[in-house]
Design a protein around this ligand. Structure first.
Ligand code: PLP
Length: 478
């Protein structure tokens, strides 16, 4: 028998690197090996611990309370604020929506008012909890329009949302005005600071201009902040803070309606691994305010350098000047962003394409970490080469037959055969000589095809794709 850890390493070779500061989505790299060591050892030490019962594992309760206490300081939380460690940003958002819904049992058809740029996790919450998402267009600067948001609030509104910053454009909504509009109607206001919540406070302390968005803003009732993003903690933690315990109460769930232990849960999970909690706690202990301030300084230095690179490329432009550590860029007509993405990926820089949406064309998203700073010169070189290569390749063309096929299809009424044909035609899935499903290496054609599809069709196609990906396999070592 081969050592499973050897096979694990071999399998991991196919993944994006999580270190090296060149993966600009999904992972956040401090660039400090000691941070990873501390996290790894704490996760391993607590991998089997269970936060299900705080009386059985009091150390996890202690760590959780210390994490929330630290976050209270960052987020200007008033005396009496409370919080919960969740498994990620999506779970924090799900719980914010569920709590807002269940705090208003009098509302038969609950609604929440979202700026169009709010994270897709709110749409998932709408789907799970039967809360209608009322989408309000954002302004030309990609920020929420408080007047329009206020007008969208009605008697059935249980929640109003703002982002600090939004994921797709990296700008902070006018939280003061949005929260005031919510408060004026007695409605909860959640600030989604999943990605900015751990950097913006340090950016402000470092003297950068940060619009107000924390609990210092009147009317903000809850905030989500992901520790597995810019707290550089291992994956699997986010924090959901509430201004006071009464706001959090509907989130808690107890059931004594069975013969076993009385179930008592603070989140959607019941058994909850101690690993991510301990890993996050250890990283926050290790770095502290001083460490985070330094890492934030480095992340913003990297952002400034990358912004300067983009501004020097005549064929590229920023979609909007970043308020935080997220950079969104677009191309002129001499190249397309999907080919540019592939070229950057082939040079070791993973960047994330964003499809056209509404009135706006496709763009490229970069989540910049502290660990990126040491490599910004290499980024400048890779970007210059990639632009040249994408320009000489010319914009990727979608087969006209495929476009016509997509436009004629109703995503709600598609059969398996339609999907098979389209998946194959699009290059989204190929088959190896052995008939195994193979992932495409160059994505430009796939993205260009998705770009011409409606949002509903994109969803249907990708769900069919995922269904094909998730099939039982047998390991090759047995
Ligand atoms: C990442 C993110 C989320 C979702 O978080 P997950 O940890 O991926 O579940 C929600 N909102 C914003 C603004 C984010 O950046």
């Amino acid at each position: 028998m081969t050592d499973p850890l050897d096979r694990l390493k071999a399998l991991q070779g196919a993944d994006l690197p999580v270190h090296g500061g060149r993966t600009l989505a999904y992972v956040y790299d401090s660039g400090v090996p000691e941070v990873d060591r501390v996290a790894r050892e704490a996760v391993a030490a607590y991998a089997a611990s269970n936060a299900l019962d705080p009386t059985a594992f009091p150390s996890l309760l202690q760590m959780e309370n210390e994490l929330v206490g630290f976050a209270c300081g960052l987020l200007d939380a008033p005396e009496g604020a409370v919080g919960t460690v969740t498994s990620g940003g999506t779970e924090s958002i799900l719980l914010a929506v569920q709590g807002a819904r269940d705090a208003r049992p009098d509302v038969v058809r609950p609604r929440m008012v979202l700026p169009a740029t709010a994270h897709a996790a709110f749409h998932k919450a709408a789907h799970y909890f039967g809360v209608e998402a009322v989408i309000v267009p954002v302004g030309a600067d990609f920020r929420a329009e408080p007047r329009a948001m206020a007008d969208a609030i009605d008697d059935d509104t249980v929640l109003v949302v703002a982002s600090a910053p939004s994921y797709a454009h990296g700008v902070v909504d006018p939280v003061t005005e949005v929260a005031a509009a919510a408060a004026a109607r007695g409605v909860r206001c959640h600030v989604d600071a999943c990605i900015g919540g751990w950097v913006l406070p340090y950016a402000a302390r470092l003297g950068r201009t940060v619009p107000p968005w924390t609990f210092a803003v009147e009317g903000v009732t809850s905030i989500s902040v992901d520790t597995h993003k810019y707290a550089y903690a291992p994956k699997g933690t986010s924090l959901l803070l509430h201004r006071d315990p009464s706001l959090r109460k509907p989130q808690f769930f107890a059931s004594a309606a069975w013969p076993g232990y009385t179930m008592l849960n603070a989140t959607t999970q019941s058994t909850r691994s101690g690993g991510p909690i301990a890993g996050t706690w250890a990283v926050v202990q290790h770095l502290g305010d001083e460490g985070y301030s330094d890492l934030t300084d480095r992340a913003f230095a990297a952002v400034d350098a990358i912004v300067a690179c983009i501004e020097q490329e005549p064929a590229l432009h920023l979609v909007v000047a970043p308020d935080s550590t997220l950079v969104t860029l677009a191309t002129d007509e001499t190249l397309d962003p999907f080919t540019l993405t592939d070229e950057l990926v082939s040079r070791g820089w993973y960047v994330q394409p964003q499809l056209s949406y509404g009135d706006h064309g496709p763009s490229i998203h970069l989540s910049v970490s502290a660990g990126t700073l040491a490599h910004v010169q290499d980024f400048a070189t890779a970007l210059g080469e990639s632009v040249a290569a994408a320009q000489s390749a010319g914009p990727v063309a979608v087969d006209e037959g495929v476009v016509a096929f997509i436009e004629a299809l109703d995503p709600a009424a598609l059969g398996d055969d339609d999907f098979d044909g389209l998946l194959a035609a699009s290059g989204l899935v190929g088959a190896s000589a052995e008939g195994d499903l193979e992932l495409p290496t160059r994505m430009a054609e796939v993205n260009a095809m998705l770009d011409v599809a409606s949002p509903a069709m994109r969803e249907a196609l990708l769900v069919a794709f995922l269904d094909r990906l998730q099939r039982p396999a047998s390991g090759t070592t047995r």
